[in-house]
Design a protein around this ligand. Structure first.
Ligand code: MG
Length: 307
């Protein structure tokens, strides 16, 4: 018999149970908790729409149709929603339904299809740019690699400049900082080809980099190989543990890479985020549905901003 739940370090509330909030998505991605709405907004990429679950009434509704294939999202320092758009090949900001571009090109070339994003405490926006949204017809519009590769970028909203910070991950996907922002975790999902075929030569691991001077990524190394499946979205909690999506659920690793927790889900996990009034509810999007489970920890980023 396989284990459905492991909690080696009191990461979950006593008697915590995985709840199913529904969703009817084809492939759910990019969840973020929006405190003032007490809601989780997330992408349903192949349906080209954005869904929103509100805590009051435990209800899911359509936030936007024709969303231009958004994917990952996070909150900026003033609470605005920053999201990745496959369809528009850019990073954008959604302020109460008013969607504006944040950054669209690097040296005049469009990005591939920004996939996931994190905001550092200095306000810089770090995002991954694999090619799924220009190679999978169900996740965007067909297109070419205009700068010829798949990189991680750092964008400075103050100066309007963006630069590649990681160039040696084949298909960068999930991204998160350690609590003190001295480490950056980035997953490589090249184990799944953009044409949806498996790639036995590809990677399904999480890399970790030392962040120097708050902007340079050095000394990249493999943090963990994820099995089964891939690490699509990932988060880091206030203790530095890495919470990653996988084929069978959410796996949790200590900062040293030891597996200390696991929650099985009914379907493949695309992404996850912490939220709720106290920041200690873990929200998981697993293919069609949004799930939640009560934990004892908050997201590392939330703790930096609201200690
Ligand atoms: Mg992703």
């Amino acid at each position: 018999m396989t284990t459905d739940f492991i909690d080696g370090e009191d990461l979950f509330e006593e008697h915590a149970k995985l709840r199913d909030h529904g969703g009817e998505a084809i492939w759910a991605e990019g969840p973020v908790w929006i405190p003032e709405l007490r809601a989780v907004r997330f992408s349903d990429i192949p349906n080209n729409r954005i869904l929103q679950w509100t805590e009051v009434g435990d209800r899911i509704s359509v936030y936007t149709n024709d969303a231009e294939f958004t994917n990952g999202r996070t909150l900026g320092l003033s609470g605005e929603v920053i999201q990745c758009s496959h369809g528009r090949r850019r990073m954008e900001v959604d302020r109460d339904g008013d969607v504006m571009p944040l950054v669209e090109t690097w040296r005049g070339r469009r990005f591939n299809s920004p996939n996931d994003v994190v905001v550092k405490s200095d306000g810089t926006v770090w995002f991954t740019d694999p090619s799924y949204g220009i190679k999978r017809e169900t996740e965007g519009h067909p297109g070419d690699l205009e700068y010829g590769d798949h990189w991680v970028f750092r964008f400075h909203p103050g100066t309007g400049e963006g630069d590649p910070v990681i160039m040696d991950v084949e298909q960068p996907n999930g991204i998160a900082f350690s609590p003190d922002e001295s480490l950056l975790y980035v997953s490589d999902t090249s184990f799944e080809l953009p044409d949806e075929k498996p790639n036995p030569l590809g990677a399904h691991w999480i890399h970790v980099y030392d962040v120097q001077d708050g902007r340079l990524c050095k000394n990249g190394r493999i943090f963990k190989e994820i099995e089964p499946g891939i690490s699509d979205g990932l988060r880091v909690d206030e203790r530095g543990n890495v919470w990653t999506s996988a084929l069978d659920g959410v796996h949790i690793y200590s900062p040293r890479g030891r597996r200390i927790g696991f929650v099985r889900t009914p379907a493949k996990v695309g992404n996850l985020c912490f939220g709720g009034d106290d920041g200690r509810t873990l929200f998981i999007v697993a293919t069609t549905s949004l799930h939640s489970i009560r934990t004892t920890v908050r997201d590392a980023a939330q703790v930096i901003r609201t200690p």
